[in-house]
Ligand binder design. Structure first.
Ligand code: COA
Ligand code: AMP
Length: 633
């Protein structure tokens, strides 16, 4: 007898267009769409075209107009500053409308790009919604990225305006944002016209006359801006994510189908609706922040939490449980790495016992594979369903999950459960054949992907096709490898490319190699991701010095570590470099990264048949051992 979930799934699969047409009726349109799926130009599919809509209206104004103006939209909880506050939907509408008015006063409007480089304060959400209100396209850049990374995004997105704050607060240090914004504007070829800056009392920033304006002054002088109509397929935002090179990919999010898909996901995946408190402990700089701190909870009329803190150290490993209890959170979403950090400090989960978490119904995890230890610990200590779900910046919402709002299925450790209805997931061999149960291969999605997923990359249809659509015709290549078990549960095991996952953050080893290669003394280099008990993976660099370099190894190593921090940002967590005389390669010149990874992880490996010079592997082993980096098996 098939389950409720299987029936639901089969119904959606039998007519996805009718299904999404019905869901489209659940959001507010200015003009309804004329076409539900435009499939005339594959692989460029467009959902819900020909309509007009506004994202801010669907997130905020609609709730005010439906009589929920006094309900809480945002709870700001900041253990790093010792402050808490709330904003009702009516207050959020007004704050957003006046910021939008200030942007309009600077000439910003429909189709203009705006970069947002902000810490986790309520104004970051207001900034995103203000863009949506006036039809501007935001591109949020995570605060842990450097000025160089910010400059790359400025040059690609060509924004007219940057919305920023004077500083972010990391445990033990204040991160000055303004010097990074100034430096990025200097480095970038594209010239940004305006900056609106939120001064925070922890560190005031100097404004550049004629270009920069104080946020509060700009808002005080502004007029209330109404929501404008945008075309359903207009980009709501661009979010840059790591690709295989140092140039990130600008993932485009289509406005209308994104609203429809996210609103549906809130009820059917997360089992939350109007009035429920939903908390994604991420950052607005990541897709999790876009979809589940900002848009989905607000489209669904939930209260969302903006948390400015860390799982540990702000002030201790009880913070997550305190927030859940204090704000009566129904469902919470974090990365397994955050739980591992908590578990390390409080292995018995004693800190949980002091809180009344009776409203808490679900713990969701994503961002990296949830290792069984973390899953079992959470299940045991929290006593609520723990749901691992798998998705990516590109898709914007879950490809596979245990859909709590349809039917909670049995949880299998290490699996993200089953593909969400409307996602046709398959496992392919390198030759493109569909593989059977328990056979590992490339995880792909049969086209078209459901609403909300990326229609293309910003200004780069070619890279979109090359990166995702060309290897397996008719499928989107996720870049992940895995398998289905006999019951149709999906296990996502690893990446098939040079992307690594460090503390739930997606990073490119290719991008790091570009930075290493830019150092004056480096002839050749390789960066690999190696297992780490806390962060999942950590990058490790190998360099070959140019001949004739006589400087001290320690000096070169510390310069390279500092260079990655400066050029990519502290978020890269790049702390180790090993100097070797040459890199292991195949006879055709391909660096044997997988073999290097096995050496560091003390795993057995077979000597690659095509290796150019087997002796180098002994040298690598000795060098890694001498640096104390061989892991215990
Ligand atoms: N602005 C400036 N710097 C930042 C930053 C920001 N917004 N976020 C992180 N950094 C810095 C940190 O201060 C740290 O710098 P350091 O090298 O000087 O210590 C570095 O970037 C690495 O940060 P982080 O990855 O947060 O590591 P951590 O050791 O400070 O904390 C965890 C480890 C596991 C607690 C933390 O990574 C975490 O909470 N991860 C969850 C990630 C997440 O939610 N991802 C979203 C997907 S769901
Ligand atoms: P991002 O685009 O930053 O969200 O990173 C997406 C990538 O993170 C995926 O392609 C996976 O490699 C990894 N990932 C995210 N969630 C999971 C999960 N639940 N299980 C396994 N891997 C995951």
């Amino acid at each position: 007898m098939s389950s409720k979930f299987d029936k639901f799934n089969a119904e959606v699969a039998s007519d996805p267009i009718a299904f999404w047409q019905a869901q489209a009726e659940d959001v507010h349109w200015i003009t309804p769409p004329t076409t539900i799926l435009d499939d005339t130009n594959p692989p460029f599919y467009r959902w819900m075209t020909g309509g007009q809509i506004n994202g801010c209206y669907n997130a905020v104004d609609v709730h005010v107009e439906q009589g929920r103006g006094d309900d809480i939209a945002i709870i700001y909880d900041s253990p790093v500053t010792g402050t808490k506050s709330t904003l009702s939907f009516a207050e959020l509408r007004d704050r957003t409308a006046y910021l939008a008015g200030a942007m309009q006063a600077r000439g910003i409007g429909y189709g203009d790009r705006v970069i947002i480089y902000m810490p986790m304060v309520a104004e970051a959400i207001i900034a995103m919604l203000a863009c949506a209100r006036i039809g501007a396209v935001h591109s949020v850049v995570f605060g842990g990225f450097s000025a160089t990374e910010l400059a790359k995004r400025i040059d690609d997105a060509t924004p007219r305006l940057i919305l920023t704050a004077s500083c972010g607060i990391e445990p033990g240090r204040i991160v000055a944002y303004k010097p990074m914004v100034d430096e990025a504007i200097d480095i970038a070829k594209h010239k940004v016209e305006s900056v609106i800056l939120l001064q925070r009392e922890q560190l005031l920033a100097k404004l550049v006359a004629g270009r920069d304006e104080d946020w509060r002054e700009a808002v005080a002088a502004a007029e209330f801006a109404e929501c404008v109509a945008v075309n359903s397929e207009d980009p709501a935002y661009i979010l840059y994510t790591s690709g295989t090179t140092g140039m990130p990919k600008g993932v485009v999010r289509p406005t209308a189908s994104h609203i429809v898909a996210l609103k549906w996901s809130m009820r059917h995946i997360y089992d939350c609706g109007a009035g429920d408190v939903f908390w994604a402990a991420s950052d607005v700089g990541w897709v999790v922040g876009h979809s589940y701190i900002v848009y989905a909870p607000l489209f669904a009329g939930c209260t969302t939490i903006v948390f400015e803190g860390k799982p540990v150290g702000t002030p201790d490993a009880s913070t997550f449980w305190r927030v859940i209890a204090e704000h009566k959170v129904r469902a919470m979403f974090t990365a397994p790495t955050a739980i591992r950090a908590i578990k390390k400090e409080d292995p018995e989960g004693r800190l949980i016992e002091q809180f009344d978490m009776s409203e808490f119904a679900y713990q969701f995890v994503a961002g990296e594979r949830c290792d069984p230890d973390t899953l079992f610990w959470l299940q045991d200590k929290l006593g609520v369903p723990v749901i691992d779900h798998w998705w990516q910046t590109e898709t914007g919402w879950s490809i596979a999950a245990n859909c709590a709002g349809i039917e909670l299925l049995e949880v299998k450790a290490g699996s993200a459960t089953k593909p969400v209805p409307s996602w046709d997931v398959q496992i392919l061999s390198d030759a493109g054949e569909v593989l059977g149960a328990n056979e590992i291969g490339s995880i792909v999605v049969k086209l078209p992907m459901p609403p909300g997923s990326l229609p293309t990359l910003w200004n780069n249809d070619k890279r979109f096709v090359d990166s995702y659509m060309s290897r397996f015709e008719g499928y989107y290549e996720t870049g992940d490898a895995g398998y289905f078990d006999d019951d149709g549960y999906l296990f996502v095991m690893s990446r098939t490319d040079d992307i690594i996952n460090v503390a739930g953050h997606r990073l490119s080893t290719g991008g790091m190699e570009e930075v290493l290669a830019g150092h004056q003394d480096v002839a050749e280099c390789a960066v690999i991701g190696v297992n780490d008990a806390l962060k999942g993976q950590l990058p490790l660099g190998f360099i070959v010095l140019k001949s004739g370099v006589v400087r001290k190894d320690e000096d070169i190593i510390s310069e390279i570590i500092a260079k990655v921090r400066k050029d990519i940002g502290p978020v890269a967590a790049f702390k180790h470099v090993v100097i070797v005389s040459r890199l292991p390669k195949t006879r055709s010149g391909k660096i044997l990264r997988a073999t290097m990874r096995k050496i560091v992880q003390a795993e057995p490996y077979t000597l690659p048949a095509t290796i150019d010079d087997p002796a180098i592997l002994d040298e690598i082993t000795d060098a890694v051992d001498a640096a104390g980096l061989i892991q215990s098996s």
